[in-house]
Write a protein that binds this ligand. Structure first.
Ligand SMILES: NC(=O)c1ccc[n+]([C@@H]2O[C@H](COP(=O)([O-])OP(=O)(O)OC[C@H]3O[C@@H](n4cnc5c(N)ncnc54)[C@H](OP(=O)(O)O)[C@@H]3O)[C@@H](O)[C@H]2O)c1
Length: 299
């Protein structure tokens, strides 16, 4: 099996994460095909084959997956609940490995929680994939929890730091370590998974470039800029309250509030360290937090 996962289809290859996954797979020597919807306008590196597909049609997807060894789905959040035809097509086309669009908090431990309700698209897709792998022993899966998209989140403000106004929003004590990964690191992890198919078959792996606390990030930002940043103190209890209210109204913008509560609350305990981390299994090393923060500040 080790040499056989060469041809890899990346679904959502034009996206934030998909682009990085494609780059890292090419670097690692995989033969990459990008799947895209009909209305595709994105461009890809010349070595990448591009297939336009209809994600609702098992027939269209099965045809596109002929000869493929693995599917990596980095499809948008809005479309994660629609991956079932893709799974059925992967099984029909005898694809050996499926990596679904997880790439966030560990969705295997959210049952019974409010945020778990919003993550049902991911949870049900992976449950379905696991069922298919049990029926078809040659069909396997790997789930990847990456925590927060860190370099992307610094750039787009989702981790609470604004370099222009030198402002940071710090939740609770700011001391809780938080699972976080840079996009290229996630791409490297995907390549490492597909390079070591036996070790990584039918496993859910939590990975992290690092597990910084908000205060650690702030300290690096202040040292690097030589300025004291304005800190806006916030409480995760308040985030939870807003999230629950929104969810109660069926408003899924609750997600980011419930997420902040889940990951930043003192004692949340979701950092992936030591045995909890899949990076040593994959042969990867933690990344340099300060270097990532400095690159963002200089960018
Ligand atoms: N951990 C985090 O902080 C974090 C942050 C953001 C996202 N995520 C997760 O990471 C995964 C990938 O997210 P992403 O931000 O990289 O995705 P994205 O850029 O929003 O979208 C990826 C691609 O999905 C394709 N797509 C197919 N059907 C679609 C539809 N109905 N609506 C929109 N796009 C559609 C598009 O490609 P084509 O147009 O080429 O078809 C798009 O470029 C998701 O599971 C998401 O939940 C995690």
């Amino acid at each position: 099996m080790a040499d056989s996962l060469k041809n890899v289809s990346v679904v959502g290859a034009s996206g934030n994460l998909g682009k990085e996954v494609v780059r890292e797979l090419l670097d690692a020597g995989f033969k990459v095909t990008a799947f895209a919807r009909e209305e595709l306008t994105a461009t890809f590196p010349s070595e990448v084959a591009v297939k336009k597909v209809d994600y609702q049609s098992v027939e269209s997807l099965t045809a596109a997956l002929q000869g493929q060894d693995a599917v990596v789905s980095t499809i948008a959040t809005a479309a994660v609940g629609g991956q079932i035809p893709l799974v059925d097509a992967a099984v029909a086309a005898k694809v050996k490995r499926f990596i679904p669009s997880e790439f966030g908090i560990n969705t295997r431990i959210v049952e019974g929680t409010s945020i778990g309700k919003i993550l049902q698209g991911k949870v049900k897709t992976l449950d379905y994939i696991i069922g298919k792998s049990q029926e078809n022993p040659w069909f396997s899966w790997t789930g990847v929890s990456s925590g927060v998209f860190f370099d992307w989140g610094l750039k787009y403000g989702t981790v609470g730091f604004d370099k222009n106004s030198r402002t940071a929003v710090i939740y609770d004590s700011g001391e809780e370590p938080v699972q976080a990964s840079n996009l290229a690191f996630i791409g490297k992890a995907v390549a490492a998974i597909l390079s070591q198919p036996e070790k990584t078959a039918n496993r859910y792996l939590s990975i992290a470039s690092f597990n910084p606390s908000q205060n650690q990030i702030l300290k690096i930002a202040e040292e690097e800029t030589g300025e004291k940043w304005t800190v806006e103190q916030a409480s995760t209890e308040e985030q939870e309250k807003i999230g629950e209210e929104k969810l109660g109204r069926g408003d899924y913008s609750a997600f980011s509030y419930l997420l902040r509560w889940r990951i930043y609350a003192d004692g949340a305990g979701l950092a992936v360290l030591g045995d909890k981390s899949g990076i040593s299994l994959l042969g990867l090393q933690e990344e340099d937090l300060a270097a990532t923060v400095k690159a963002w500040l200089r960018g």
